[in-house]
Design a protein around this ligand. Structure first.
Ligand code: ADP
Ligand code: MG
Length: 363
């Protein structure tokens, strides 16, 4: 049964009430923490196997959040056979907390590689492999009408780092079910990764996750965050304006196909964005990435074909054949006109009046 906010709070997993410490020993230091949870490594006494225990309070800011945690459990149950979603092993409940015992992703957050210097940073081949895994996991969720709504480097973990392992998607705390009969509009997410429709309070869809995957891929390839501003307000303005820097300086050494892949996702209008299945079929993820290392932004514009044309007809109807091959997937309408460089415009435009609420509500 789904509630009106797109959450399912019925779960199959037995919720254990005996003390967690009867069955597990905590070992080592904390694995991580987020806005609400602390995650610690533990060993199951009966098996000696390592797991990650996610401790969450049921009350947050004076509100009962047990339903949110049950919703998280129900998504983990649904995705239990997907190799790229961290498995759920057991659940414990005390008077104040719910503890999820999860498959341990020992390699930690991909965030570490995203902000690392050259030696530890991902290569494009790494990003291709990991993006394929992320899209496979997300396509599974989307095919089951689940949207994650908080895809970002802190919620995408690795099974190992040396050698670089596989992706495990975690943190279904904001996930929602979507179906044809119900619109979910909510202000959720993390400023840098949030899609424009969330800021405009328009319906959430699977495309909302695809935007975040566009931001994520940008960050994995360049180490730069495409919309990050000085503060949340500036970040939100950058997102709603959809101006993205695809310049050669940012994408040095990155293939043109990678840039094209990102461009199919960072489209302001959700309908224009590639789906997870379409993303999986993009040539960048299918062995064509070595074609060129020239970012699309530096190629001759589609508006300026080599053949001479009068100044009065700036819009050329037919791009040259090579350029068509450079555009294996159509870009969002209007994308050709975007200026590069988030710093290339001023922030004088008034931000929508709802911004104050957003500042309050977004984690
Ligand atoms: P929150 O909802 O508070 O963001 P998360 O589920 O994202 O909680 O967990 C917080 C952090 O704990 C993650 O960003 C990650 O660093 C770590 N973590 C979460 N799940 C696991 C896991 N299964 N294995 C290893 N580390 C994890
Ligand atoms: Mg998290």
């Amino acid at each position: 049964m789904m509630n009106k906010r797109g959450m399912v709070t019925t779960v199959q997993t037995r919720i254990r009430t005996e003390p967690f410490s009867n069955n597990y020993d905590l070992v080592g230091r904390e694995l991580g923490r987020g806005k609400f949870a602390v995650v610690k490594k533990c060993v199951e006494k009966a098996t000696g196997k390592e797991h990650a225990a996610k401790f969450q309070r049921k009350r947050r800011k004076g509100q009962d959040c047990r339903g949110d945690i049950l919703n998280e459990i129900s998504v983990l149950e649904l995705a239990k056979d997907n190799p790229y979603v961290a498995g759920l092993h057991e659940v414990y409940e005390t008077h104040s907390e719910i503890i999820l015992v999860l498959e341990c992703a020992a390699g930690g957050e991909i965030f570490n590689q995203c902000v690392a210097d050259n030696d530890d940073a991902f290569t494009e081949q790494d990003v291709i492999r990991l993006t394929h895994q992320i899209l496979t996991g997300v396509a599974f969720l989307h095919n089951n009408n689940v949207v994650h709504l908080d895809l970002k480097p802190q919620n995408l973990l690795l099974t190992s780092t040396q050698p670089l392992g596989d992706i495990r998607i975690v943190d279904f705390g904001l996930s929602r079910r979507i179906d044809a009969h119900m619109e979910v509009r909510e202000i959720l997410g993390t400023p840098e990764y949030v899609a424009p429709e969330i800021l405009n309070f328009e319906p959430i869809s699977t495309a909302t996750d695809m935007w975040s995957i566009g931001v994520l891929t940008y960050v994995m390839l360049t180490g730069e965050s495409p919309f990050l501003g000085e503060d949340k307000q500036e970040t939100f303005l950058n997102i709603t304006q959809g101006v993205v820097d695809y310049s050669q300086e940012v994408f040095e050494g990155v293939s043109a196909l990678a840039v094209n892949f990102i461009q199919t996702l960072l489209c302001l209008s959700p309908e224009d964005r590639a789906s997870a299945e379409e993303g999986l079929n993009h040539p960048w993820l299918n062995g064509h990435a070595s074609l060129t290392h020239t970012p699309l932004a530096t190629l001759p514009s589609l508006d300026e074909p080599e053949t001479s044309q009068s100044e009065s007809e700036p819009e050329s109807p037919s791009p040259s054949p090579e350029l068509v091959s450079m555009h294996p997937h159509p870009l969002c309408p209007g994308q050709g006109e975007l200026k590069s460089g988030c710093g290339a415009f001023s922030f004088s435009a008034p931000f929508p009046t709802r911004s104050d609420i957003q500042q309050e509500l977004i984690c």
